[in-house]
Design a protein around this ligand. Structure first.
Ligand code: NIG
Ligand code: FE
Length: 432
């Protein structure tokens, strides 16, 4: 099938979305974003089979069985990709939020037994059914803002049985929710108190027991580790990544969030598909990431909530051609942000990304950060038909408005998802 529809396939289009302003998120010659005015997208078997100007639509492929959706001039974009979330957890940390507002730091709270460890306790004490229920509501909230793919990390279980339980929860969500979910084992997140003084043993248990068991149960797409002075060293993360590599599982890293701990270099050494946070990454770290083709996932939600001062080295990433990505980092501690549109806005206002960089950062580049660039992230022939329809004129507006939700339709694999507009948290109907 060629780009403009000169295909030899005689089958009729199953569905067509017409009269759209299509922001493809493809790599244009001059612009980051190419827009097709008065565009149309045709879909068969969940994939895009034709895209172009509505007037050029091969009309012989449209018959009475073709479902036509008139977008009436609305903006159509690739479905958004939130590539970094920790949205399966129990309880919340609003009390710590209050303490931080009074001047306590994230690190002080973490070192005195709060932080990630407190979410570990509440997560362990929450039933799987309740974790699923709460997580599904969060997923729906993201879908309402046009998210069609999201990554979910485990990480608040912190022992073999509990982490396996969280991965099962994530797996269940991926089966019941009409959205694409990438399942990440965040094996090294924080040291649980039962292992204090026995770091080596903990890393060993994660590498030798948790990882192989989780993989044998087919619960892991990616692995991640938190490389930081309050979490795990480069060497410890490296042991975990080597083990993951031996199973062929791609690696991501929480890197250089509060200090330059060589996280970007570590990511590059392991050919990580992404390094995330990166506020303190050095120029050498950026160069290493450019060489290894590692994407830079920026998480302005945690920067904002923790009132950080140092922004990631955006100009260096641009200079060396490291793809910029934005995500929510949705979690109960550092980033209680369950809104991709807010993350887009913060990426521009706080980090100085351009609205077009932000748009590409939640579509094409975010897909790459999950290793899915050949399937999703742009609107072009052959890709999966994951799309969002917006009451907007230009993708720059995704960064501009806060507190209004311009998303009108969410399409996953060619299926229109019925999300109730009146009740944010109700999945009103099924695929189709
Ligand atoms: O990405 N950095 C480590 N993990 C999360 C924070 C999790 C938490 O505070 O509960 C993050 O910021
Ligand atoms: Fe995170």
């Amino acid at each position: 099938v060629s780009e403009r529809g000169e295909d030899t396939d005689l089958s009729v289009f199953e569905s067509v979305w017409t009269n759209a302003r299509i922001a493809t998120a493809k790599d244009g010659d001059t612009d980051l974003v190419s827009i097709i005015e008065n565009g149309a997208v045709a879909i068969n078997n969940g994939r895009i089979v034709w895209i172009g100007r509505t007037k050029d639509l091969p009309i012989h492929k449209v018959d009475s069985g073709t479902v036509i959706h008139d977008c009436m001039g609305s903006l159509v974009t690739p479905g958004l990709v939130d590539c970094h979330t920790h949205l399966v957890f129990g309880g919340n940390r609003s009390r710590e939020f209050e303490l931080r507002l009074q001047g306590e730091t994230y690190e002080q709270i973490a070192r005195s037994g709060g932080g990630i460890a407190s979410t570990m306790d509440s997560t362990r004490n929450t039933s799987s059914a309740e974790l699923e229920h709460q997580a599904c509501r969060r997923v729906l909230g993201l879908m309402h803002e046009g998210v069609t793919t999201l990554e979910i990390k485990s990480g608040y279980g912190m022992d073999v049985d509990q982490e396996l339980r969280l991965l099962e929860v994530i797996n269940k969500i991926s089966k019941v929710m009409p959205v694409r979910i990438v399942r990440t084992l965040l094996g090294l997140h924080a040291l649980p108190s039962e292992f204090s003084g026995h770091r080596d043993q903990f890393v060993k248990v994660i590498c030798e027991e948790l990882l192989p068991t989780a993989i044998s149960r087919d619960l892991v797409d990616l692995v991640d580790a938190f490389c930081e002075s309050i979490a795990f060293t480069s060497e410890e993360c490296s042991r975990f990544f080597q083990k993951a590599e031996s199973f062929g599982i791609p690696v991501r890293v929480h890197a250089d969030q509060f200090s330059d701990g060589g996280g970007a270099e570590l990511a590059a050494e392991h050919s990580a598909i992404s390094a995330d946070h990166l506020e303190y990454t050095s120029e050498d770290g950026v160069i290493a990431m450019a060489r290894s083709g590692t994407a830079a996932v920026l998480l302005p939600g945690s920067f904002y909530y923790l009132k950080e001062k140092q922004i990631p080295p955006i100009d260096s990433f641009r200079k060396y051609g490291v793809p910029l990505v934005l995500a929510t980092d949705a979690n109960p501690g550092s980033s209680p942000v369950f809104s991709i549109l807010s993350a887009i806005n913060m990426g521009c206002v706080l980090f100085g990304m351009t609205p077009e960089e932000a748009f590409v950062g939640v579509t094409r580049n975010a897909a790459a950060a999950l290793g899915l660039q050949s399937e999703i992230g742009t609107l072009e022939v052959g890709k999966i038909a994951d799309m969002a329809v917006w009451e907007l004129e230009h993708p720059r507006e995704l960064a501009y408005w806060v507190g209004v939700n311009p998303c009108r339709e969410v399409i996953v694999g060619g299926d229109r998802i019925h999300l109730s507009v009146t009740d944010r948290w109700t999945l009103d109907g099924q695929k189709g």
